[in-house]
Design a protein around this ligand. Structure first.
Ligand code: OAD
Length: 246
């Protein structure tokens, strides 16, 4: 049983609106690698400029398509963990709720979260690189290049946000509004280094929300939050929800 501060539990119970910002750490216990953790993070092994930018895709579309195809297959094979389920349970207790995630793995929705915005898109979807329209079926036969859009012939690409690209407008607007209106913001499993997502806790702090961090490690946000809960999200989040609503 983790001892949580009574004022934290009271803040959760009395909140009219709870917002959540998640990052790769929430999926770590499902077996999805994070980005910036030393050694195990994807960006420790791969150069994001070669894989996660529009320029990289223009230079070497096959390399980028193949890298995402491999990650898409891995994400399809993993399952939500107790952190995802705890956040789905949290949603049922909050009068108003929004979960903004930087994750592209779709695990929050698979765990039952309903009010989710995907700030960085989803690796489970594919879109036309020219028109942006979603494509559900494509022909993988020509394996010397990415598959082509069935309607216009341009290369297909993952429906994720790359560095140097804008976030989907509706997702960004919904997350901004939640950060401005929420009484409690839970920030779980993110290094809080990548903007504009990293601005959401700053907005909530300026508006006087109770900001709570869940992360085994210190981040650049830690000094400013009301509560820094140190531990894996798959342990801390279920315990927190159970303590607030026994
Ligand atoms: P990072 O890899 O930057 O940060 C992951 C965070 O999760 C770190 O602070 C870890 O300490 C923490 N962590 C690790 N294991 C954990 C666990 N079991 N429970 C809780 N926390 C844990 O990942 P993000 O913050 O998600 O964007 O990165 C943000 C964005 O940068 C990603 O969406 C991606 C990346 O480049 C794009 O690709 C555009």
């Amino acid at each position: 049983m983790i001892p949580f501060a009574p004022p934290l539990l009271a803040a959760l119970r009395s909140a009219r609106m709870i917002a959540v910002l998640t990052g790769a750490g929430v999926s770590a216990e499902s077996g999805v690698p994070t980005f910036r953790d030393a050694q195990t993070g994807l960006w420790a092994r791969f150069d994001p400029r070669e894989l996660a930018t529009p320029e990289a895709f223009a230079r070497n579309p096959k390399l980028v398509w193949d890298w995402y195809a491999e990650r898409r297959a891995k994400v399809a094979a993993v399952k939500p963990n107790p952190a995802h389920y705890a956040l789905a349970a949290l949603e049922t207790h909050a009068p108003q709720f929004l979960l903004a995630t930087q994750n592209v793995d779709g695990l929050h929705q698979r765990a039952g979260s309903a009010n989710v915005v995907e700030l960085h898109g989803s690796i489970t979807r594919v879109k036309c690189s020219r028109e942006g329209s979603l494509v559900e079926h494509w022909n993988d036969a020509a394996n010397d290049e990415p598959p082509r859009c069935p309607s216009c012939g341009a290369y297909l690409r993952p429906d994720v946000v790359w560095f140097n690209e804008l976030l989907p407008h509706a997702a960004q607007t919904a997350a901004d509004s939640a950060a401005r209106r929420c009484d409690v913001l839970l920030v779980a499993g993110t290094s809080a280094e990548v903007y504009p997502a990293a601005a959401l806790p700053e907005v909530a702090l300026r508006r006087g929300a109770c900001v709570v961090e869940v992360n085994p490690n210190e981040t650049q946000l830690s000094a400013d939050v009301a509560y820094a809960l140190r531990g894996p999200a798959g342990v801390v989040l279920p315990a927190l929800v159970a303590a607030a609503w026994p």
